[in-house]
Design a protein around this ligand. Sequence first.
Ligand SMILES: NC(=O)c1ccc[n+]([C@@H]2O[C@H](COP(=O)([O-])OP(=O)(O)OC[C@H]3O[C@@H](n4cnc5c(N)ncnc54)[C@H](OP(=O)(O)O)[C@@H]3O)[C@@H](O)[C@H]2O)c1
Length: 327
Amino acid sequence: MKAVVFDSPGDETVLRLADVPEPPLSPRDLRIRVLGAALNRADLLQRRGLYPPPPGVTEILGLECAGAVVEVGADVRGWRAGDRAMALLAGGGYAEEAVVDAGSAMAVPEALSIEEAAGFPEAFLTAFSNLIQLGAPPPQAAVLVHGGSGGVGTAAIALGREAGLRVLVTAGGPERCRRCQELGADAAFDHRAGDFLSRVRQATGGRGVDVVLDCIGANILEANLSCLATGGRLVVVGLQGGARGEIDLSLMLRHRLSLIGSTLRARPAAEKAALVSDFLARFGKALRAGRLRPVIDSVLPLADVAAAHRRMQAGEHFGKIVLRVPA
Ligand SMILES: NC(=O)c1ccc[n+]([C@@H]2O[C@H](COP(=O)([O-])OP(=O)(O)OC[C@H]3O[C@@H](n4cnc5c(N)ncnc54)[C@H](OP(=O)(O)O)[C@@H]3O)[C@@H](O)[C@H]2O)c1
């Protein structure tokens, strides 16, 4: 099969299409003929040699895909060849075929195109796991999502709105802020225009937010903790602004704050299956009704993977960049 490979880490020009062996199928797996695979920021890090796949996982990039099931493992129930599937992957999406534990796959509802489905699992399950499950916002809580314009951020806006939360976001520039509000964010603050802390306090009448979903890390750590209401939770999922910071523990004690970090990729298959199942139990109806759909920035052919990476690296995208894999 064709897949995107690279011989040594580097910029996007190291990526090339090559013939590679089809991945082996285990009894609990589905084999998916990939028709679309979406980019994630982690792919850029892996390409640069900074985020190796977990042990035993393919070196092929790609944390999510959608397509048609072509083979069903002997122990799998509920799937048939020909079904449309979208899946959370630990790797291997940038290819004509991917195999995945059946628990990490979801049926593609009629409401979604294959391109939309390709950009759904990683972004929405990250937002669900971190904003909804780990953040555990009370009903009608106010939450702050950094990077409301990104793949995870746009998904978090959709889930937050569906869950009845008051969603505040940060994004880079007035136009991107406007688009976040169009998607349903209650307020959007331009992180290029300076400090978000005072804006969050102002927007919440001085109370602060119940949850911060953060993809930036160290360089806004202090402001993130300071904008939490009493009992609030800071959930860190990305480190675009650095990994090492200083914490005022007295602030955490006084306001009974929690700091949580998490990644999705390396979780065991059983945990991912539980996550998918919990997501569908809470949001499956909204998904099937077409109320949850990723924002698609652009769709490029798999062969143009370098251009797709360039676009994400430059921060030009809003939402998800999808690679179309020829049928
Ligand atoms: N832990 C996990 O399980 C997990 C899973 C998936 C993703 N992630 C992480 O989540 C983050 C988002 O991933 P993605 O795939 O959605 O990437 P993405 O689409 O490239 O989104 C990145 C976002 O970061 C925003 N951003 C950059 N600098 C910012 C700043 N100083 N303040 C506020 N926002 C800023 C960008 O906003 P503007 O362009 O508008 O400035 C953009 O919306 C990445 O760090 C990724 O590694 C973690």
